[in-house]
Design a protein around this ligand. Structure first.
Ligand SMILES: Nc1ncnc2c1ncn2[C@@H]1O[C@H](COP(=O)(O)OP(=O)(O)OP(=O)(O)O)[C@@H](O)[C@H]1O
Ligand SMILES: [Mg+2]
Length: 373
């Protein structure tokens, strides 16, 4: 089977046809993103909202790859505050996804940071592939060998991406197309760039994760969302077969329209779910805040600790001491008040060094992220 070398974007043979239906779908999807942006702006601290979503994204993003860590594993691990080691390679992978995302967003927001470019994606890739599992995957570097998707060798593969000696040229075209094609709607451009990136398949591994990260970065850079509130992994995971089929059809049949329709559907579905999720979490936090306020024994410190829970839905007393910058007895008293209010639950079953969880919050955050529930 021959390797496939794509033409530069935008598609010309055949050209992309944005008909009535697609145009309407673009309008609806843009509207959905505006609602999501608004939902993000309405929550008192967009940070805790993003905290939840970013972690929610990092988990299924790695699960497409077959990593078994769940959201609760990740939060538990973070609550322990230890360094990722080889025993928890799954967790390491999720933390890496998170680091890659945070790194890239930070660069784009800084005036002196890297612009949208292959260099930025390579740097993100280096962070994604750090640690034992990624060591032999050329972290941060474009591949130097022929790869293939599906099958045991190029001859029986589902898809053979371009040969390594063509990558420099293809990626410089790709980089140019990040900043070109401005006559197309930005959502369409994002969809085209994702499929092109997957077709070029520049890395030995992690192409899917970096290609999805790219979409998040584009939506923010192009002003479609003012915060990184949209993560497509959940949708691609749920519709994996169709996702792969649509990617393949672009290459085999030039079916750009079918891909774009699928991509828009993914964006609008996930945006809608994120709006619902935001509303749900917002309502829960408001109701629980009331409970904390009317609980006998509640203190100002307890109320302050409560506001920190969305960013620390699993925590130990030692963490509370640190967050509140107070003494152990005061922090313990605040934790006890939150337990009495029915907000926190003890989950470690230990006498010392106990862990507590904001279970109702986690339950809502967890929907769709855990394979081993
Ligand atoms: N037929 C295909 N044509 C083009 N790209 C494909 C095809 N099938 C799969 N892909 C892409 O390859 C990605 C997987 O590549 P790779 O293993 O390098 O990335 P990953 O980040 O490790 O995996 P994952 O996307 O599963 O998390 C898929 O996410 C998809 O985007
Ligand atoms: Mg992989």
């Amino acid at each position: 089977m021959a390797a496939f070398v794509p033409f530069p974007l935008p598609p010309t043979e055949p050209p992309l046809e944005i008909g009535e239906l697609l145009r309407e779908q673009i309008r609806v999807t843009e509207e959905g993103l505006r609602r999501l942006d608004l939902a993000g702006a309405m929550v008192p601290s967009v940070d805790w909202f993003i905290y939840g979503f970013v972690r929610k994204e990092a988990v299924p993003s790695s699960q497409i790859e077959g990593t078994q860590a769940t959201l609760v594993d990740l939060l538990n691990f973070e609550a322990e505050g230890t360094e990722a080691s080889s025993e928890n390679a799954d967790i390491r992978e999720v933390c890496n996804s998170l680091e890659a995302l945070e790194f890239a967003l930070d660069q784009l927001r800084r005036p002196d940071g890297l612009p949208l470019s292959m260099r930025l994606l390579n740097e993100a890739h280096a962070r994604l592939m750090q640690g034992a599992r990624g060591a032999d995957k050329l972290p941060g570097e474009v591949r130097r060998s022929q790869n293939w998707i599906g099958g045991t060798r190029p001859g029986n593969a589902a898809f053979v991406p371009p040969p390594p000696h063509r990558l420099a040229e293809l990626l410089s075209d790709f980089e140019r197309s990040l900043h070109a094609g401005r006559d197309l709607p930005p959502l369409v451009r994002a969809g085209l760039l994702h499929v092109q990136f997957e077709t070029i398949h520049p890395y030995l591994d992690g192409n899917g994760r970096i290609g999805r990260l790219l979409v998040t970065l584009l939506l923010e850079s192009w002003g479609l969302l003012s915060a990184p509130l949209l993560y497509l992994s959940l949708y691609f995971k749920r519709h994996r077969d169709e996702y792969y089929r649509r990617l393949a059809a672009v290459r085999a049949e030039g079916d750009w329209e079918g891909w774009i329709a699928f991509f828009l559907k993914a964006v609008s579905t996930i945006a809608e779910e994120a709006v619902e999720s935001a509303r749900d979490l917002f309502a829960l936090v408001n109701a629980d805040r009331q409970r904390v306020l009317v609980t006998p024994g509640s203190t100002v410190i307890a109320a302050r600790l409560f506001e920190m829970l969305p960013q620390h839905p699993i925590l130990r007393i030692a963490t509370a001491v640190e967050l509140l910058d107070t003494t152990r007895p005061t922090a313990t008293k605040a934790m006890t008040a939150l337990v009495d209010a029915g907000v926190l639950q003890e989950i470690s079953g230990k006498k010392r060094d106990r862990s507590y969880s904001y279970t109702a919050y986690l339950e809502r955050l967890k929907v769709g992220t855990g394979l081993r529930e």
